[in-house]
Design a protein around this ligand. Structure first.
Ligand SMILES: Nc1nc2c(ncn2[C@@H]2O[C@H](COP(=O)(O)OP(=O)(O)OP(=O)(O)O)[C@@H](O)[C@H]2O)c(=O)[nH]1
Ligand SMILES: [Mg+2]
Length: 660
C-alpha cells in the first residue's frame, strides 16, 4: 500500500473510533450514567483524535534535496514543483506544511526581526497578527510557486545586527554566516513559514516540516527542543555526490542521533541518479549504490537497512510523466513504504494510548458501578427471600441488624471524611511543588540573575541552580504522590475489609517521564547555552538569555502536562471511592426502606421481591449493552494491532485493551 492509501485506511479507522466514542457518550447520557467529568473526558478524546497531527520532518545540510524529496513524495500530483528547489541555499527558514480548514490557503510568514525579542515561534503561533499572510491560488501552479518562493527570501544586514538576531558571523566556522564585500551579511528574511494547503494527506492531519541547513537549525532553539524531538518521523538526507561531510555529521550528531528513544528516524541517500551511467551494467550500478549505502551507515553508526538510496528528482519526474520504469529506478517507492511503516504504527499507538486512558477508564468505572449495583440488588433479593414464611419478630430482627450496619457505616464515614481532608492537604502540598506558578517565580528569579550577571560563570551558575530546583521540585512531588497512593491504598483496604466495598488497589503513577524531559532540556542547555556563555561578549549574554527564555517555556509546557496528568490521576484514584461510598449508602437506605415497608405492611414481601427482580433484569440489560459497546471498541483496537503486526513490529501486542 502506498503512503496515501495507508493514511486513508488509518483515517477511516480513526473516524470509526470517534464514532464508537460518541455512541458510548450518548449511551451514558440515555442511561443516566454520565457525569460532567466523563462527558468532558470523552468529548475531549473525540476532539483530540479528530485534530491529532502527524509530524514528519526533513532535516539536512543545504542542497541535499529536502524540498525536492517533499515535492516528489507528497506533491507530484500537482504536475510541477510546489516547494522551490534549486542549487545553493533555497529554503531559508523552517517551513511547515499543514492544513487547517478554517483558514484560507495561504503562506504565513514571521519576520526574522522577531528574533530580536524574547518571544518564541510557538508563542507567535498564538497571535496571527504578527505574521504576514500571502493568499495562495491553489488552482494556479505558477502563482503558487511565486508565493512559495518567499521561503527563499534573504536580506542583507550589518554584522552586529546579524549577531543580535542570533546568527553566528564567522569566516572560519562551519555553517556560520559570512560578511560580504559590501560589509553586510546575508540572512534569511523570514524566521518561520507556515503553508496552509488543502492537500489530501495534510487534510487528514499530516504536518510536514522542511528545514534549512545547519546554521538555521542550530540558531532556532524551538527546532531542536520541540519540533524535531516531537516529530513522529525524521528523514535525514544525504547526497550521493557529496557523501557524509563534516557539516552533515554535525547535524546528525547534534539533532538526530542525540534524540534517544525518538522513533522513526530514516536516512535517505539522495541523488543516486548521479551514479547512473549508461556505459555500466545495472549490476555494477547497484553494487556502487550498495557500497555508498554501507559507507554512510558505517559513518553514522546505523544499520544499512535504515539507509534508503533514492533519486528524488527522477522520482518526481517519473510520477509526473507516469513513467513506471523510471519510478522503480528512482527507488522512491521503497522509501515511501518505509516511511508509512514508521508513521502509521506510530499514529495507531498514539490514538490507542489515548483511547486506553480515556474510554477504557470510564468504561471500567461504569462497569464496576453496575457490578456493584447488581451485587447489591442480589443481596437485597436474597435477604427478602429469606424472610418468606418468617414471622414479624424475624422482620424486626432484620430491621435492627440493617440499622446497626448503617450506623457502623456512618461512623466509618467519619474516618473517610478525615482521610478526605488529609487528601486535600497532601494534594495542596503537591501542587505547591509541581504548580506552574511556582515554576514561573523560579524562572523570573533566574532570568533576573542572568540579566544582572557580569561574568559568564554567574550565568552558568544561575542555569545550574534553575535545573537543580526544578529537579528537586519533581522529586518532592514524586514523594508526595507515593504518600497519597499509600494513603489511598489503606483507605481502599479498609473500606473493602470492613464494609465489603469492591475496591482493589489504586493505580500507580509517577513523574519519571517528566523528569526525563527536564533532563533532556538540561543536556541541551549544557551543550548549547553554556558553550555560548563561554564568550563573555554582550551579544552572547543576550543569546544566552534568549535561549533561556526558550528553556523556561519548554519547562512550563512540561509542567503543565505533568499537572494535567496528576489531576486526572487524583480523580482516578478518588473517583471509585466516592462512587462506591455513595452507592453503599443508597444500598443501605434502600434495604432499610424495603424492610420497614414490609414491617408496616405497606408492601407485601412478594410484591417487593418481584419489583427488585424487574430492576435486576433492567440492570442485566444495561450491562449487556455496555459490554457490546466495549466489544465494538475492542475490535477496533484489535484492527490497529493487526495492522501493526503486518508491519512486523514485535511490540504490537504490549498495550492490549483491557479484557472484558
Ligand atoms: N541529480 C539530482 N539532483 C537533485 C536531486 N534532488 C535534488 N536535486 C537538486 O539538488 C539541488 C538542491 O535541492 P533542494 O531540494 O533545493 O535541496 P534542499 O535540501 O531543500 O536545500 P535547501 O533548501 O537549500 O536547504 C537542486 O538543484 C535540485 O534540483 C536528485 O535526486 N538528483
Ligand atoms: Mg529546500
Amino acid at each position: 500500500m502506498s503512503l496515501a492509501q495507508q493514511f486513508a485506511a488509518y483515517s477511516q479507522w480513526r473516524l470509526a473510533i470517534i464514532a464508537a466514542t460518541e455512541r458510548f457518550r450518548q449511551w451514558l447520557i440515555e442511561q443516566d450514567l454520565s457525569d460532567a467529568q466523563a462527558e468532558l473526558r470523552l468529548s475531549r478524546l473525540e476532539e483530540r483524535i479528530r485534530e491529532d497531527k502527524l509530524n514528519v520532518a526533513f532535516v539536512a545540510e543545504f542542497s541535499r534535496g529536502k524540498s525536492e524529496l517533499i515535492n516528489s513524495i507528497f506533491f507530484a500530483t500537482y504536475g510541477s514543483r510546489v516547494l522551490p528547489s534549486s542549487a545553493g541555499r533555497t529554503t531559508m527558514c523552517p517551513t511547515e506544511l499543514l492544513y487547517v480548514a478554517d483558514r484560507p490557503p495561504a503562506i504565513d510568514l514571521l519576520s526574522i526581526q522577531t528574533r530580536g525579542g524574547n518571544t518564541s515561534v510557538s508563542e507567535y503561533k498564538q497571535s496571527p497578527d504578527a505574521w504576514q499572510r500571502i493568499l495562495l491560488d491553489i488552482h494556479s501552479a505558477k502563482t503558487m510557486q511565486n508565493a512559495l518562493r518567499q521561503v527563499s527570501e534573504v536580506i542583507r544586514v550589518p554584522a552586529d545586527e546579524a549577531g543580535r538576531l542570533g546568527f553566528t558571523v564567522d569566516a572560519t566556522e562551519v555553517g556560520a554566516f559570512h560578511v560580504g564585500e559590501d560589509g553586510l551579511v546575508e540572512i534569511p528574511r523570514w524566521r518561520h513559514a507556515i503553508i496552509n494547503f488543502p492537500h489530501p494527506l495534510l487534510e487528514q492531519g499530516l504536518v510536514i516540516l522542511d528545514t534549512p541547513g545547519l546554521n538555521a537549525i542550530g540558531t532556532e532553539p524551538e527546532l531542536t527542543l520541540s519540533l524535531l524531538p516531537n516529530a513522529h518521523a525524521v528523514l535525514f538526507i544525504l547526497a550521493a555526490d557529496t557523501g557524509v561531510t563534516q557539516s552533515d555529521m554535525l547535524i546528525w550528531q547534534e539533532h538526530i542521533a542525540s534524540n534517544h528513544g525518538a522513533r522513526g528516524r530514516l536516512v535517505v541517500l539522495n541523488k543516486i541518479d548521479g551514479l547512473w551511467d549508461e556505459l555500466k551494467r545495472e549490476t555494477e550500478i547497484s553494487a556502487e549504490i550498495a557500497r555508498q549505502v554501507k559507507t554512510c551507515a558505517d559513518i553514522l553508526g546505523i544499520l544499512e537497512t535504515r539507509v534508503f538510496p533514492v533519486s528524488a528528482q527522477k522520482g518526481l519526474v517519473a510520477k509526473i510523466n507516469q513513467d513506471a520504469d523510471l519510478l522503480e529506478k528512482s527507488r522512491l517507492p521503497e522509501l515511501e513504504a518505509a516511511l508509512s511503516d514508521e508513521l502509521i504504527p506510530a499514529k495507531h499507538d498514539i490514538v490507542r494510548d489515548d483511547t486506553q486512558s480515556e474510554f477504557w477508564e470510564i468504561h471500567q468505572h461504569i462497569r464496576g458501578l453496575l457490578e456493584v449495583r447488581r451485587a447489591n440488588l442480589g443481596e437485597q433479593i436474597a435477604e427478602l427471600s429469606d424472610l418468606r414464611g418468617k414471622n414479624r419478630g424475624v422482620v424486626e430482627y432484620m430491621m435492627g441488624k440493617i440499622k446497626v450496619e448503617k450506623e457502623e457505616f456512618d461512623t466509618g464515614l467519619q474516618h473517610y471524611h478525615a482521610v478526605r481532608s488529609v487528601f486535600s492537604t497532601l494534594t495542596n502540598k503537591l501542587f505547591a511543588h509541581l504548580g506552574v506558578k511556582p515554576l514561573r517565580r523560579l524562572t523570573e528569579k533566574t532570568r533576573q540573575t542572568m540579566l544582572d550577571a557580569t561574568f559568564s560563570r554567574q550565568i552558568s551558575r544561575a542555569i545550574r541552580t534553575f535545573f537543580q530546583e526544578v529537579q528537586a521540585d519533581l522529586k518532592k512531588s514524586n514523594a508526595e504522590i507515593t504518600e497519597i497512593r499509600n494513603m489511598m491504598d489503606a483507605v481502599y483496604k479498609r473500606l473493602h475489609v470492613e464494609h465489603g466495598l469492591k475496591l482493589t488497589t489504586p493505580v500507580n503513577f509517577s513523574l519519571v517521564v517528566y523528569e526525563k524531559e527536564i533532563h533532556r532540556l538540561q543536556t541541551w542547555c549544557n551543550t548549547h547555552l553554556n558553550t555560548a556563555v563561554q564568550f563573555v561578549t554582550h551579544e552572547k549574554k543576550n543569546i544566552a538569555h534568549k535561549f533561556f527564555e526558550e528553556i523556561a517555556m519548554q519547562s512550563q509546557k512540561i509542567f503543565t502536562r505533568a499537572n494535567w496528568d496528576v489531576e486526572s490521576w487524583l480523580k482516578i484514584i478518588m473517583g471509585p471511592v466516592e462512587t462506591q461510598v455513595r452507592e453503599h449508602q443508597l444500598h443501605l437506605k434502600r434495604r432499610l426502606d424495603s424492610i420497614q415497608r414490609i414491617h408496616e405492611a405497606a408492601d407485601t414481601l412478594e410484591e417487593r421481591i418481584n419489583e427488585l427482580g424487574a430492576m435486576q433484569d433492567d440492570l442485566q440489560q444495561q450491562i449487556r449493552s455496555l459490554d457490546a459497546i466495549a466489544k465494538a471498541m475492542q475490535i477496533l483496537m484489535g484492527r490497529s494491532r493487526n495492522s501493526r503486526r503486518k508491519t512486523g513490529d514485535g511490540k504490537a501486542t504490549d498495550a492490549d485493551a483491557p479484557q472484558i
